[in-house]
Design a protein around this ligand. Sequence first.
Ligand code: ANZ
Ligand code: ZN
Length: 871
Amino acid sequence: VERYNPREMEPHWQKVWEDRQSFVVRHEDPRERYYVLEMFPYPSGRIHMGHVRNYALGDVVARYQRARGKNVLHPMGWDAFGLPAENAAIERGLNPGVWTRQNIEAMRAQLKSMGLSLDWTREVATCDPEYYKHQQALFLDMLEAGLVTRKQSKVNWDPVDMTVLANEQVIDGRGWRSGSTVEQRELTQWFFKISDFAEDLLTALDDLNEWPDKVRTMQRNWIGKSEGLRLLFALQPNEKTAATSIDVFTTRPDTIFGASFIAVSPDHPLTEELVNADPALAEFVAECHRHGTATETLEKAEKQGYFTGLNVEHPVKPGQTLPVYVANFVLMDYGTGAIFGSAGHDQRDLEFARKYGLPVIPVVLPPGADPETFTIGDEAYTDTGTIFNSAFLDGLSIEEAKRTIADHFASLRVDGRPQGTVEVNYRLRDWGVSRQRYWGSPIPVIHCEVCGTIPVPKKDLPVVLPEDVTFDKPGNPLDHHPTWKHVDCPQCGRPARRETDTMDTFVDSSWYFIRFTAPHADTPTLPEEANAWMPVDQYIGGVEHAILHLLYSRFFTRAMRMTGHIGLDEPFKGMFTQGMVTHETYKSDDGRWLSPEEVRVEMGDGDRRATEIATGNPAQIGSIEKISKSKRNGIDPDEILKTYGADTARWFMLSDSPPERDVQWTEAGVEGASRFQQRIWRLVTETIAISEQFAEIVPGSHDEDALALRRIVHRAVKHVGEDIEGLRFNRAVAQIYELTNALTRCYIGLVSPAPQARCAALREGVEHLVQLIAPMMPHLAETCWEALGLEGLVADAPWPIVDPALLVDDTVTLPIQINGKRRAEITVAKGSQQKTVEELVLSLEPVARMLEGKSVKKIVVVPDRIVNVVV
Ligand code: ANZ
Ligand code: ZN
């Protein structure tokens, strides 16, 4: 048998699919729609193994749903704006647009060589004016609908990348890309009002039951709903401020008797008032700013405070006061920007109190603890318990105490307001989308000294990004461009200035999946198309996008609904987050990281040993790690695709571990996948040969081996289908291995002349096998399909129909009576019905002999009991 040659067959079938436009979605297709999408790639230049895994998973779903008779939308595009293009421009003098488009070309070719069932006619690139033009229109619509605001805000400023960073781009106080210490700056920025949707974005998560729980939890935590109390503290009379009270937000009003201080944010209006007369405080605030205010930074930083000299009245201990501090761990943009500290029951408060010699008063007694001896050590007590040391709250549970104290403060007044009001706070902040960056979608507004900030009229869209920019000065090239920003005001006609900030690239990816439903429309969407296709039935991507990208997309879909572009809120019905691709690491004897190509790994004395090829020196086999540039343990998909072909790479990605877990890429694993590919090809070609060799097949022979095989085949069809639907691809693969073994055993067991039933069962099994592998190894499957002489393409073939009778676990042996006399018997699957049994009986050799020359009047099948043939 000739070996299967993927290098020849894969490009062949890719061309056939392309020529036939096999995966192009037709508007008039009446079948039920199914939308499967993998997160679109950033065009960095080459695909990586993470892409291979992502797209292999998605393609299985797409091809399977096609086989199930769905009209499948499976598009691809490019998340093409962003920093790396600018860095390439700065470092290598390449024009960002040219660089990006070259990368897209290269990566498109790579993706095509994977044989993905994509509708390439719908390709979009976010850096294309054809795309961002509509994004600018959406921005204008959202502006008009009150979903966009412009406000002053403190931002994280990366002094090296010269840009504003989102909080999550600040890691340990440093820029995620540049690694430089992040500073605070005050800038006027554009914001999407995502916080208006906090409650809706939160509660709607409950209905997203095809999402992983962990992703929903991450979203919940990010939205961060807190129910608590706004509590007013009356300031003691003083000369320093005109303010007479401080508002704090607390989720633990039950600990009020343990209060030992008040702390306000360095950015609190009170602080801003006090710094004028207090240079040391001004210095303290400046120091806080140098350290940044990103939440993460603050959690790790040492708690620092500055006593303002102010005191407030203790709200439940008449005659006592609490000192007011400015503290670095209090954020201005959460709650009220001020807290009361209860050192016994909050770790930060405890550290702060210990540092500044403030009292630590425990007020929650752990179950079973002795109130006389219970004290707080190095750790605050944050668990459940009973309130004590708290006058009228004593003996209550935390929840009871919260209610009681809320009622208590509701009826009291400070500054003419209720002293306590129940309040809900969300951690979710408005989404700042301004970036002082060149390679992004321009924000379509114009600043006029007379008229203010004016939207660009829709007829003037797109505001095209100029490509003739230079990167010789730091900062935003749009600011340095000689002409671009100078325009006439659309309202008064006077010289005005374009907005030179561009949009956060998360905006680009927040609606591309809707654009795919009508990628060539001259409006952002065609609502009827958007509504027909959306929501995405199955979205697949990395868990690193589980928070922001998904949250922003959920917000955007809502915003697009409010502005009439779509009729639904939730963009992704099914969500799946894949695991990462890992690989062994290697180090040379002098401690350099070595790439897998630079080492040879062999078995020696029972363990694996590595040698550095270049030097011949022994190398160390290190731990298994996520593929990364720094550890040099990457595998280039191009090499894999060239050496083994796409089907092998796809098969291995699917086979080795559950898709939500990490998969370890190993040479041995790929070799195994490649061998399996050859095994299937051999099985198919040999099965074909049998039908020729065994031309003289003994007719009419029902046999139990055939039945047993058919049962294995049909069970495999059922299980593989279920496993694909449940995204348990590795289990589907295991089923296919088993089926292949069974078919091979059957084939080997055949001797000429073979019973026809067994040959037929083998043939049926092999045909079904080819269909089962088609979503995973589509090229091999097409080759087999053609060799088997089957019609059309396997890509167009409907999923095999399972005979339920063959799924029944047990068989029964039925007596066969001919004209009332018992003549033979037959073993069939339990529960086999009239038609199946009838066919089998007639094909049974002894029956056929006895019936020769006679005409059958009637066959009565009593399922699982008896067969009566009347002649
Ligand atoms: C007193 C108290 C006592 C608190 C106690 C906690 C434990 P979540 O659940 O995240 O909403 N807080 C309020 N505003 C803050 C701000 N702007 N910056 C930093 N911390 C702030 O947390 C609410 C709790 O975080 C509030 O409840 C407040 O401290 C603090 F034993 O009030 B608590
Ligand atoms: Zn004007």
